[in-house]
Design a protein around this ligand. Structure first.
Ligand code: AHR
Length: 654
């Protein structure tokens, strides 16, 4: 009986059954601190790609709410009922309102006339949830048009409605709330105009009342919760190539992303046309999720804000357009003003604006990226001007500088050498590579100059097929390779201060790039195995790196094992991470030295699958962390490491 129980335990993983093959002996020196782990170590890369913002975390349900898409009525269809007759015209007022040039006029000749909005791949509606409909409206002359907002399912059954009676010949905002009577994955919104006459409409909007922190016009709570659960050290925003734009006219300009939403100029999303195989013709940026919302989200989730600004260069994979050197001032001014916006007191122009927008407290901005994924001499030229201007006014700012799109090669070598010569603060390295690259490069930072710039692994993800291939999967092999590689980030925490997986979000029907950390549809979301890897590192980042060795060597792939260890000075715990990348179970014995002793029990968290192709989905997780308690005797932790497993051991020190 006792033997079969032990056998079961061994098969199930966890505490090792004695009598197995001789275990590999890993030595952890708990009193030999090698590096401090920065609180910023594991963070989030956010970009509006894959419908991450509009159609995603920004909870607006109406697509093209202000008629600014390439085709002004994209997403809208005219319709009538009860013999209704009329028409809808798009009016151009670009001279008067260049930032919001279009609105519509509904002309009702008879009965009930109106439009339907299809939402972003439909509208996800939840039974019992309250929805807030709002619109800017203006009646013509003597018109007394009533508006009915009506949510319908695919068959046209009404699942919620509200009515408003605009009463002014000037633009005014109207609002009505109503409850949905059914849960529908792909609902749509009817706007009905009743009574003859003409009415102007703009900013037609529908939000669930329940958003993140229940902010009106806010963010999808389930998606921000997933970010919160990562306990991220920083939030990088707004990208990514979106910062750069295909050309400079559609670069990200933070000043146009704050204040009243009907004054935030909409532009095309550069991912709309990026990939011929994933054209997304209805992808635009409303900036409802703008810089104020990014800063507040960072604050909500306990992350350092990390804005990345355009440095006068459009995406070099596209036009590569350059702002001439003698016309860089507005770009530099944007950077300086952003620091004042985040950190300035109410007596400063931009600090006062932040306070007026509802946030008197400063955002304590310390990090800023100059350019996204730039390269070449032209980048250096522009970077130097930015660096001088920012550092002379705000010497405390730490600047992030790009070393290009690849982790090696001529672009990387040039930028790496140049920025090291400049004693730059932090270098932003990107690697979208095969899973094998991640295993082979676990020692990448072992020989980096300890006195040189710090490293921000700003965008990385294992690609199961090829870079940005539409066939890439968030499978266990990729996630496990990232976990193995991250032991190298952790071991080198004195050099690597920040790291983030990219991209972050993807709508299952609206994506352009895969793999991505979190996937969602209109109602639900799921975490990938890669998400759980990030989370396990982040919640177990500890404070100080200590060595773990096998035969006096760091554990960087011997017998397919990768390992690192940290102390958590706040909780007085030792945390050991070990990844078994082989298809066979392995016996391991962690002998912990340099401590007065370990508590008799600890916690083992395992992320594992026997199937390297395993993926999670909206139907449920195949790969997710499993916790169990383990027993410890004589400062030695004996484990059976399951095949293809990422294991995190947490144990209290006496
Ligand atoms: O993460 C997707 C893209 O990859 C980013 O926008 C860009 O910085 C990189 O090339």
């Amino acid at each position: 009986m006792k033997n079969s129980l032990l056998m079961l335990l061994a098969l199930a993983g966890g505490t090792m059954a004695y009598g197995q093959a001789k275990p590999a002996v890993y030595v952890v020196k708990a009193d030999l601190i090698k590096a401090h782990v920065q609180p910023t170590m594991y963070g989030i890369f956010f970009e509006d790609i894959n419908m991450a913002a509009d159609g995603g975390v920004y909870a607006e349900l109406v697509k093209n709410r202000s008629f600014e898409f390439g085709a002004s009525l994209m997403g809208w269809t005219e319709h009538s009922k009860n013999g209704g007759k009329g028409n809808v015209k798009v009016i151009d007022r670009s001279t008067e309102r260049p930032e919001n040039p279009h609105y519509i006029t509904i002309d009702v000749n008879a009965g009930t006339y109106g439009l339907n909005n299809e939402g972003f791949r439909g509208m996800g509606i939840k039974q019992g949830e309250t929805y807030s409909f709002s619109v800017l409206a203006r009646q013509h002359n003597e018109s007394k048009i009533k508006l009915i907002a009506e949510l319908v399912d695919a068959k046209g059954t009404v699942i919620g409605s509200g009515e408003i009676s605009p009463d002014d010949a000037n633009w005014k905002r109207y609002n009505v709330k109503f409850k949905a009577t059914a849960t529908v994955q792909k609902a749509s919104l009817n706007i009905w105009a009743k009574n003859e006459g003409l009415i102007d409409l703009d900013m037609i909007s529908l939000f669930p009342e329940h958003t993140w922190k229940n902010r009106p016009g806010g963010l999808r709570a389930d998606l921000v919760q997933k970010l919160y659960d990562l306990h991220p050290g920083f939030l990088r925003f707004p990208g990514g190539c979106i910062v750069e734009g295909r050309d400079l006219t559609n670069r990200y300009q933070w000043k146009k992303s704050i204040g009243d939403i009907d004054h935030r100029e909409n532009i095309i999303n550069r991912w709309n046309t990026e990939f011929k195989h994933r054209l997304t013709t209805d992808y635009y940026q409303t900036f409802g999720l703008g810089f104020m919302e990014y800063f507040m989200t960072a604050e909500d989730i306990g992350a350092e804000p990390l804005p990345i600004l355009n440095c006068g260069m459009a995406c070099q994979f596209n036009t590569g357009q350059l702002a001439p050197m003698d016309q860089l001032d507005p770009y530099i001014q944007d950077a300086l003003d952003l620091i004042e916006f985040a950190n300035g007191g109410p007596d400063t122009k931009w600090g006062k604006l932040r306070a007026d927008l509802g946030h008197p407290k400063t955002f304590n901005l310390k990090l800023m990226g100059v350019g996204n994924e730039q390269w070449g001499e032209q980048y250096i030229e522009r970077w130097k001007v930015f660096e001088k201007a920012i550092k002379s006014k705000y010497p405390y700012m730490k600047l992030i500088s790009s070393v290009g799109p690849d982790p090696d090669g001529s672009k990387f070598d040039f930028l790496n050498a140049t920025f090291r010569g400049f004693h730059a603060d932090i270098l932003d390295e990107h690697y979208y590579r095969a899973p094998k690259w991640f295993l082979d490069n676990v020692k990448r930072y072992d020989n980096y100059d300890r006195k040189g710039p710090k490293i921000f692994a700003g965008e990385y993800a294992a690609q199961s097929v090829a870079i940005a291939s539409p066939d890439n999967k968030n499978n266990w092999q990729c996630a496990m390779s990232e976990a193995a590689f991250m032991t190298g980030l952790e071991r080198n925490a004195d050099v690597v201060n920040m790291a983030s997986y990219a991209p972050l979000f993807a709508h299952v029907e609206g994506w352009q790039w895969t793999p991505d950390l979190i996937w969602f549809d209109n109602l639900k979301s799921f975490a990938t195995p890669n998400y759980y890897v990030q989370q396990l590192y982040s919640v177990n980042k500890g404070t100080d790196v200590v060595p773990v060795t096998l035969n006096n060597q760091t554990v960087t792939g011997q017998n397919g094992a990768f390992s690192s260890a940290v102390l958590d000075a706040k909780t007085h715990e030792l945390v050991i991470k070990i990844i078994n990348t082989t298809k066979t179970a392995q016996s391991a014995n962690f002998v912990v030295k340099g401590t007065k002793g370990l508590k008799a029990t600890g916690i083992l968290t395992t992320l594992q699958s026997n199937n390297l192709d395993a993926v999670n989905s909206l139907s449920g997780d195949i790969v997710s962390p499993k916790k169990q308690s383990i027993t410890i005797a004589n400062n030695s932790i004996k484990l059976n490491l399951k095949p293809y497993s990422f294991n995190v051991i947490r144990v209290k020190l006496n």
